[in-house]
Design a protein around this ligand. Structure first.
Ligand SMILES: [Cu+2]
Length: 324
């Protein structure tokens, strides 16, 4: 059970609120059901030409949580053949009436639409109720983390030892004197609006900065993986090459990094990013944070989620580069 202490879980918020030194995971016993047949299946690995390449999957699962925005449902879903292993994760709807009348533990099926840059679900249909309570609070796994202070704009970024995609160790303090854009990903992330979008926005930012008249020369981009087991320097190097091939990114000022889990945990928690490996797969449940550190090493801007655009990032990077 070497992996057990690495797993964190879905009540991180509650545990953090209590100031505990470890995360607790609540587990669910999966109901064995035959895997659903996909309505349309195209290979998710094939490069997506234009926006017309929309994949559609038929998905079954249980409602774990309905978010207050009325547009997000967290589902413990079955395997989606040719796309994603069984896991618990959030899905977006485009109209709130898709989720009207749903409650926790409802058994549902729906259509998952995956376009090039976003995903959403529709045709949400309730088919029953989970037979057992969703959580077994007696089952726990732990991973040790440091107790850290959350950082706000103006706070200094602590120094973190990491390893870049060339396998070279470095420290985040080495970027002092440069504006640093920092985001968090894992390379296997299949959802176009999560990690792939972070990498797309960074790629767009490198291109914008290259075209910008009087662009600063003291900036750097840093994508840190929280999948410390799978995202080795060699995997990150391949991923960097893929991002360059797909989006024409300039990699001369962009580092992909990994590190010790306790360091990555420390760094991500500073900004409210949480990640938890799904119990049945290599996938992570996670949220998104992108941070700009100014040239003096202080937090300049924190972008939450995936709605920000590359020009907004560039604007903040330019400002942050001017700080003495
Ligand atoms: Cu992701």
């Amino acid at each position: 059970m070497k992996n057990a202490p690495l797993i964190v879980g879905c009540i991180i918020g509650a545990v953090l609120a209590m100031g505990a030194l470890f995360f607790v995971r609540v587990s669910v016993t999966p109901t064995p059901v035959a895997p659903p047949a996909p309505v349309v299946t195209t290979s998710p690995i094939a490069p997506a030409p234009a926006n017309t390449n929309r994949q559609v999957f038929f998905v079954k699962g249980f409602v774990k949580e309905l978010k207050p925005d009325g547009r997000t449902v967290v589902v413990d879903h079955e395997e989606i053949p040719n796309y994603m292993a069984k896991m618990t994760m959030p899905f977006k709807v485009r109209t709130t009436n898709e989720l009207a009348g749903l409650g926790t533990n409802d058994q549902i099926h729906f259509r998952l639409n995956v376009a090039e840059y976003e995903s959403w679900i529709d045709q949400v249909t309730k088919t029953g109720k989970a037979a057992t309570p969703a959580a077994d609070p007696t089952r726990k796994d732990f991973r040790l983390v440091r107790e850290v202070e959350v950082l706000k704009v103006g706070d200094a970024l602590p120094d973190y030892p990491l390893t870049n995609h060339l396998g070279q160790p470095f420290h985040t303090s080495q970027f002092k004197g440069q504006a640093l854009a920092l985001t968090f990903i894992f390379t296997l992330c299949p959802m176009p609006d999560f990690c792939p979008r972070m990498s797309l926005r960074f790629a767009e930012a490198t291109k914008l900065l290259r075209q910008l008249p009087n662009a600063p020369t003291n900036y750097h981009l840093l994508s840190v993986s929280f999948d410390v087991q799978r995202d080795t320097p060699a995997v990150l190097q391949n991923y960097a090459n893929m991002v360059k091939a797909q989006h024409g990114a300039d990699l001369s000022r962009w580092t992909f990094a990994t590190g010790a889990l306790i360091e990555i945990d420390d760094l991500t928690e500073r900004f409210g990013l949480t990640f938890a490996r799904d119990k049945d797969s290599f996938m992570f449940n996670h949220n998104l944070r992108t941070v700009v550190i100014d040239a003096s090493g202080k937090v300049h801007k924190i972008f939450i989620g995936n709605d920000w655009k590359a020009d907004a990032l560039v604007e903040e990077l330019v400002k942050a580069a001017q700080v003495k």
